[in-house]
Design a protein around this ligand. Structure first.
Ligand code: MN
Length: 316
């Protein structure tokens, strides 16, 4: 996933409120962003009210979209630094290619996890033969300092642990640990990512790690979280200090829960780069434009994505 906007803004974690130490109920509205080919996404992180939830620094929710007879998703080769991408589908299929030579189809219930370290490039596309509906999320996890210069890596996890919360409610542990289970995916800070499945008429208390801050996102239908009505396109930020959160669903829905220990460093997000300084972002941008550092993505039928100019330097 990428940002196709030609004038992406710089997002700095220190220009938003710090992690709340106590429980709060903060509704965050998605901003609609364009991924090209008519694919609209709900961008829920970073937003002005909230840049980070633990190490989670980016959250896009796309679809459900009927892509039959249309190109579907076609995101050409683009670079990343300083992050991990978490690709998670609710419906449909996507094909991932990267500069390590990975070629991997991902389906609902499976995880594609790409660790950029100091640099990687990838593309994402709807495969030629695919189901008609595309629905999913892509998240980024900021890497801590000791991992930011590390090597790039790609992991595909076809099976993930599922916790049973009773009453027909299940939770897949996508990343990190929670509900007594741990995802096999390699992450580098204390965090959790869950997909909950709630049948119609559910009332459930979901256990949480009190040291983590958390956010809850309804993916199919509206939901009541801690007594707050929440629709698709909204995230409820919960702060820290909760041992559980109450969810009520009239209609069956899937729900994303992300959480983590407050991230210790300032995080700059611009275009596809997660960094600590503007200079670091400028170097990554120059390297991408010069065809250096990130390697080649083979087999994508289309052009690579050129980097826009950085907004903090006047154009010559
Ligand atoms: Mn990407």
């Amino acid at each position: 996933m990428t940002t196709l906007e030609r004038d992406p803004k710089l997002s700095t974690s220190t220009d938003a409120p710090p992690a709340a130490a106590e429980p709060v109920d903060e509704v965050i509205e998605a901003r609609m962003a364009d991924l090209g080919e008519g694919t609209q996404v709900r961008r829920l992180l970073p937003r002005r009210q909230r840049r980070l939830i633990g190490a989670w620094c980016f959250l896009d929710h796309f679809g459900p979209s009927d892509i039959s007879g249309r190109p579907g998703m076609r995101v050409g080769p683009h670079p990343h630094i300083g992050l991990q991408t978490v690709s998670w589908l609710l419906d449909g299929e996507l094909l991932h290619r990267d500069s390590l030579g990975s070629l991997q189809l991902v389906r609902p219930g499976q995880l594609n996890l790409m660790t950029a370290g100091a640099g990687i490039a990838h593309s994402e596309e709807s495969p030629e033969q695919r189901p008609p509906v595309l629905h999913g999320v892509q998240l980024w996890v900021a890497l801590p300092d000791e991992e930011r210069e590390g090597s790039a890596r790609f992991e595909h996890h076809p099976e993930l642990p599922v916790a049973d919360l009773g009453g027909g409610v299940t939770a897949t542990v996508i990343a990190g640990g929670g509900l007594g289970e741990r995802s096999p995916a390699m992450v580098h800070s204390p965090l959790v990512g869950l997909e909950l499945r709630l049948p119609a008429g559910t009332g459930v208390a979901v256990p949480l790690e009190p040291g983590f801050e958390h956010g809850v996102v309804p993916l199919d239908q509206a939901l009541e979280v801690d007594g707050v009505a929440l629709s698709v396109g909204q995230l409820l930020y919960l702060g820290r200090g909760r041992s559980d959160v109450r969810l009520r669903a009239d209609a069956a829905t899937r729900v994303l829960v992300v959480g983590g220990e407050p991230f210790g460093s300032e995080v700059l997000v611009w275009w596809n780069f997660v960094a600590r300084t503007r200079e670091e972002i400028e170097r990554a941008r120059e390297d991408w434009q010069a065809g250096e550092r990130f390697g080649e993505v083979h087999g994508f039928d289309g052009p690579r994505i050129e980097a826009p100019p950085v907004p903090w330097r006047p154009s010559p």
